[in-house]
Design a protein. Structure first.
Length: 223
């Protein structure tokens, strides 16, 4: 299996399959922008995840996210926001439990992977949430890391779940967080401002991954 796996990696890198890392994973008709002190990220919301798309649009139009912060930041993994409690949080206050009081049914889609830049819904763990229902407001944007063939090979051996050509190509080029695939709903992706993710991901944080200085956001619908 190891030899076959390496052969597949080499084949797809040799062919230079660019589409999966330079074009959106799915079609969308609505775009939003997230303004921060580190710059602006423009995000395409996917039409194949309509429950998450429409809920996000509703909250954006309500101004729900304005003045909230990216309250959980882990370099080489992701940046998380959407907790309304972060608007007026005192320094050092533990965040991550706030929301609008409802969840969203999972919209898992095997074609939507956790490559760098995707927007996905945070949720409670499987032990209390076996249906993988999403938080009504909290989201994360993947930074991840680029994997070499040996690391991906070990992951396949450990999980027993082969990676698709799309996953192989993405995670060895733009990178991401492959172990999240199939477990959290991906519903959009950054199409401009990828560097902003890296800037936010490298800020100093406390022992629970909250930035020492608040990174506030404003989200709006764009044409």
């Amino acid at each position: 299996m190891r030899k076959i796996f390496f052969t597949l990696i080499a084949l797809f890198l040799l062919l230079g399959v660019e589409a999966q890392t330079t074009t959106p994973q799915a079609k969308g008709t609505v775009k939003v922008q997230i303004e921060t002190k580190f710059g602006i990220m423009k995000i395409l919301l996917y039409d194949v995840t309509p429950l998450h798309r429409d809920n996000f649009i509703k909250l954006v139009n309500q101004g729900y996210y304005d003045s909230t912060s990216f309250h959980r930041v882990i370099n080489t993994f992701m940046i998380q926001g959407g907790d309304p409690d972060s608007k007026n949080a005192a320094p050092g206050q533990r965040l991550g439990n706030g929301g609008p009081g409802y969840t969203i049914p999972a919209e898992l889609n095997d074609s939507l992977i956790h490559r760098k830049g995707v927007l996905a819904a945070a949720r409670e763990g499987d032990n209390v949430n076996p249906a993988k229902a999403s938080s009504g407001s909290q989201f994360y944007i993947v930074q991840g890391t680029v994997y070499n063939t040996e690391a991906l090979d070990r992951m396949v051996m450990k999980t027993g779940k082969p990676l698709t050509p799309k996953q192989l190509q993405a995670y060895t080029t733009v990178g991401g967080s492959p172990w999240l695939d199939g477990n959290y709903t991906v519903f959009g992706e950054v199409i401009e401002g990828m560097d902003v993710i890296d800037k936010i991901a490298t800020v100093k944080t406390d022992n629970v991954n909250r930035p020492l200085e608040d990174i506030r956001m404003k989200i709006s619908i764009i044409k």
